[in-house]
Each structure stands twice: as structure tokens, then as C-alpha cells.
Write a protein that binds this ligand. Structure first.
Ligand code: ZN
Length: 173
């Protein structure tokens, strides 16, 4: 997104795919990540979220980055569907509500009293499509990183604070 906003050549390339409703090819995404990780604020380390999503992306990443840990937040599909379909966002301040953090009053933001809405990509059929893509393309990364002894698995079916604490504890080791 920053590449697109900044009108970089990679951003322009990505935009042509996005505007056409197509997925940005790995080559373009990988180059963006490579550029980003070369910036000063990444010199002491960084955390990637949502990348890599495929084996070819992970292999490319391994060529230019040193990955210490990969955190797998493990959760059953039905729990994910339940959490996401119950997620609501505030139209004004963007605050996110869900099963763990419900609004005090149904469909109303605690902060500003605005109406809450459901994002299109939190609709059940969209979530099930994304889960299918995850199982096909991304789940193979679990074995890939397990073989490299980098995988840290945490229980994603517990409350958010407990997930956080488990991640912190396991990364300390
Ligand atoms: Zn709000």
C-alpha cells in the first residue's frame, strides 16, 4: 500500500494487477518486501505479518532475509469462521469489536455511538474461500519451517491475552 501511495515503480506495477482484480504476482510482492527490509528501521529486526503465504515466497525470502522464528497461531476453521463472522467495525473511528470484545450496546460503538458494520471480507463465504486458499497454499509452510526448526506453535483458541503471553513466553526460549 505504501508503494502504491508513494507511486514507486513497484507500486505502479502492483496497481495494474489490483485494478484488474488480479492477485499481485509473487515476483512483485517479493521485491517490495526486499526493498522494505533494506530500510534503516529494519536493521535490528522486524516482524512480518501475512507474508510469506506460499512456498515460493518463503524460498525467495530465505535468499535475502534471516528468519529466526515463524509463529503459527493454530485454530480450527469453525472457530475462525465464528470469530470473523461476528466481527464488526465502527464506521467512524475504525474500532473493531468481536466475540472477545463485544460492544456494550448491540451494533453501536462504545467510543462515539456510531453504527457498526460488517466488512465484506468478514462474510462467511469469503472467509471459507480464504480458508480453502490457506489450506492449499499457506499450510504447507508449517512443514517447511518445522524442517528448518523455526516453527513456534501457539494455541489460537484461547483468549487474546493468553495467545499474546504464550507467544512472548515461547519466543524467549
Ligand atoms: Zn467508533
Amino acid at each position: 500500500r505504501a508503494n502504491i501511495r508513494g507511486n514507486t515503480s513497484l507500486g505502479g506495477e502492483a496497481k495494474t494487477y489490483i485494478d484488474a482484480g488480479k492477485l499481485v504476482p509473487d515476483e512483485v510482492t517479493i521485491n517490495m518486501v526486499k526493498d522494505r527490509l533494506a530500510q534503516d528501521d529494519c536493521a535490528k529486526g522486524y516482524m512480518l505479518d501475512g507474508f510469506p503465504r506460499t512456498i515460493p515466497q518463503a524460498e525467495a525470502l530465505g535468499e535475502f532475509a534471516k528468519i529466526n522464528f515463524v509463529v503459527e497461531i493454530q485454530s480450527g476453521d469453525e472457530i475462525i469462521v465464528k470469530r470473523l463472522t461476528n466481527r464488526r467495525m465502527c464506521k467512524v473511528c475504525g474500532k473493531i469489536y468481536g466475540i472477545d470484545v463485544p460492544p456494550k450496546e448491540d451494533s453501536v460503538c462504545d467510543e462515539d455511538g456510531s453504527e457498526l458494520y460488517q466488512r465484506d471480507d468478514d462474510k462467511e463465504d469469503v472467509i471459507r474461500d480464504r480458508l480453502a486458499t490457506y489450506h492449499k497454499q499457506t499450510a504447507p509452510l508449517i512443514e517447511f519451517y518445522k524442517e528448518q526448526e523455526k516453527l513456534v506453535t501457539v494455541n489460537g483458541e484461547q483468549p487474546i491475552d493468553d495467545i499474546f503471553n504464550e507467544i512472548v513466553e515461547k519466543l524467549k526460549k
